[in-house]
Design a protein around this ligand. Sequence first.
Ligand code: AVJ
Length: 320
Amino acid sequence: MESRDKLRIIDMKPKIAHFREEIVLGLLKTPKQISPKFFYDKTGSELFNRITTLEEYYLTRKERMIIKDNIAEICRLFQNGSALVEYGSGGSSKTMEILDHCHGISTYVPLDISASQLEETAKRLSEKYPHLNIVALCVDYTTRFEIPFLQLTGNIIALFLGSTIGNFEPEEASAFLWNVMDMMGPEDGIVIGVDLKKDPSVLEAAYNDSEGVTAQFNLNLITRINREFGTSLDVSSFSHVAFYNRKVGRIEMHLEVMKEMEVMLDGNLIKFNKGELIHTENSYKYDIEEFEKLARRNHLSLERVWKDPQDYFGLFLLRK
Ligand code: AVJ
C-alpha cells in the first residue's frame, strides 16, 4: 500500500487463470478457442492503444466526443463528495475529461485486473489531481468485491467504458449488471459505453483496418504462445479473420490456419488443420431497445442515452 494518504493501491490478488493451462484447454476444444483477455500482454496492450487511434476504429473517438459534448450533464450526476468508480480503467484517458470538469468527485476508484497498468495510472493521476482521493483496486470485477476506505458525503457513479461489455456473452453481461445493481444505492448510477448495431460494412472495417494493426493484435496471440511455451509456431502460417455475425449481433475474430501444423504444448499434441479457425474474440453490438431490456431484466432502468450524431456509439445511464 502507498504511504501518501490520498493514494491507496490495493491488490486484491485476482486469480488470473494460468495462461498455459487455459491456452491448452482452449486449443484441445473443437472448434479451438483462445480468450480475448490474453490479447493484453505488453505488445498487445500497445497494439490495442494503436487501434484506438485508427480512422476505421471509430469506437474510442466517438466515445470520447460523447463525453466531451455532454460533460455538463454528466457532471450533474455527481453530488458533492461523491465517488467515481471505473470498471476496467486501463489508462484512464477518457476519464480525465470527467475528472477535469466534475468537481463533485472527491474519490476516484479505478478497478483493473492488470496490476502494472493500474499502479502506473493511479500514480500519474495522484500527481495530476493532488486533491483527489484515489483508491486503486486490482480486482477481477466480474466477481463480487467490496471497496475499502470509502468516505463519502455524496453518491457513487460507476463507469464502464470502451464497449468492453461487448466482450461478455449476453448472459455474462446480464450477470455483471445484476452484481452492479446489487451494490447500488438509490442515488447511485452506472454509465456504460456500448457500441451500437449499424451497417455491417462499418463494423467490419473497424476490425479489418487498412494498416493491419488489428491483424497484428490478433496474431500477437501466436507470438505470446511461442514466448510462454518456448515453441516456434510460424506466425505467418496464421491469418487474421474478422466478420460480423448478423444472427447473434457480434463481431467475431478468428485466426485462420493457413497450413497443416502440429505442436506439443505441455505434453499435449495440438494439430492444426488447413482452413481451421481459432476463435479469439466476440464483440457484441446492441441496439438501444436490446440494451434497455437487458438492464430492465436486472432491475435497472435506463435513464438516459447519450449518442453521437451518427448513432454509432451510446453511453447508457442506468439507475436502480
Ligand atoms: C476493448 C473489447 C472493446 O471489442 O472493440 C479491438 C477490442 N478487438 N479490435 C473491441 C478489440 C479488436 C475491443 N474491446
